[in-house]
Write a protein that binds this ligand. Structure first.
Ligand SMILES: Nc1ncnc2c1ncn2[C@@H]1O[C@H](COP(=O)(O)OP(=O)(O)O)[C@@H](O)[C@H]1O
Ligand SMILES: Nc1nc2c(ncn2[C@H]2C[C@H](O)[C@@H](COP(=O)(O)O)O2)c(=O)[nH]1
Length: 215
């Protein structure tokens, strides 16, 4: 049986890390978000108003490709869902970084791509694993990961950007209904340094998969 798990959560929540841990634990294939080879990301952080639309089209395209690739393999774990794509662009548009024409074009493309998803053998993940983090934890992990353009030292306005992102993620998770979902307390579990915490998180997810008949 093919089991597809999608990770979701704010920047630096621990999605890529947990994707790797989960894929190893379940013997699944991991599909990571292309960040290091993303040519638009640094441009966006340097000039958000100029590049918000281009970056969103880039992410939407790579996420759609990831989903199609994942659906031909057996068990998979996807680092970040396509369902958060609109959250990011809506927030940037609300912050005045995209004009109405760009919003309309983006929404039309997103709608077309989501319609295409309905034609795939698996319409949605079997489980969404959402990692919730507070601002302090998010910032600590962004700092730890050390991507230059994500640091407050690079752009102090990122504090407002990150805090706003957390305000968007709350309702997004509550309203998410494409699949069953489970919330992981990213503040509580250090699944990088603590084996005990890692086991606790994996157990939560495996128990949910058992409940869903996926394990
Ligand atoms: N639960 C955790 N506890 C402590 N550090 C973590 C945890 N999850 C991730 N990290 C660290 O935080 C940084 C961001 O993690 P990452 O998996 O890249 O997050 P995301 O993919 O959600 O952006 C990395 O340096 C990672 O080692
Ligand atoms: N404007 C957008 N930025 C995005 C989107 N998805 C991710 N990102 C940024 C946030 C981080 O700087 C980096 C990687 O994200 P992580 O959550 O893996 O840290 O890319 C998006 O859809 N729009």
């Amino acid at each position: 049986m093919m089991t597809v798990i999608a990770l979701s959560g704010p920047i630096g929540a621990g999605k890529s890390t947990l994707t790797k841990i989960l894929a190893a634990d379940l013997g699944s294939q991991a599909f990571y978000e292309s960040v290091e080879d993303n040519p638009v990301l640094p441009l966006f952080y340097a000039d958000p108003a100029k590049y918000a639309f281009l970056l969103q089209i880039y992410f939407l395209n790579t996420r759609f490709r990831n989903i199609k690739d994942a659906l031909v393999a057996d068990n998979n774990v996807l680092d970040r869902s396509i369902y958060e794509d609109e959250l990011f662009f809506q927030m940037n548009a609300d912050m005045g970084r995209a004009n109405q024409t760009e919003v309309d074009i983006y929404r039309d493309l997103l709608h077309n791509m989501m319609e295409e998803l309905k034609t795939l053998p698996k319409k949605a993940p079997d489980l969404l694993v959402h990692i919730d983090v507070s601002y302090d934890t998010m910032l600590k992990r962004i700092t730890k990961r050390g991507r230059s353009f994500e640091q407050l030292s690079y752009d102090p306005t990122l504090e407002t950007y990150y805090k706003t992102l957390l305000e968007y993620y709350g309702p997004w998770y509550e309203n998410y209904n494409y699949s069953p979902k489970i919330r992981i307390d990213g503040d509580k579990y250090d699944f990088v340094e603590s084996k005990e915490d890692q086991t606790a998180v994996i157990t939560q997810i495996e128990d949910k998969l058992h409940e869903l008949g996926q394990l």
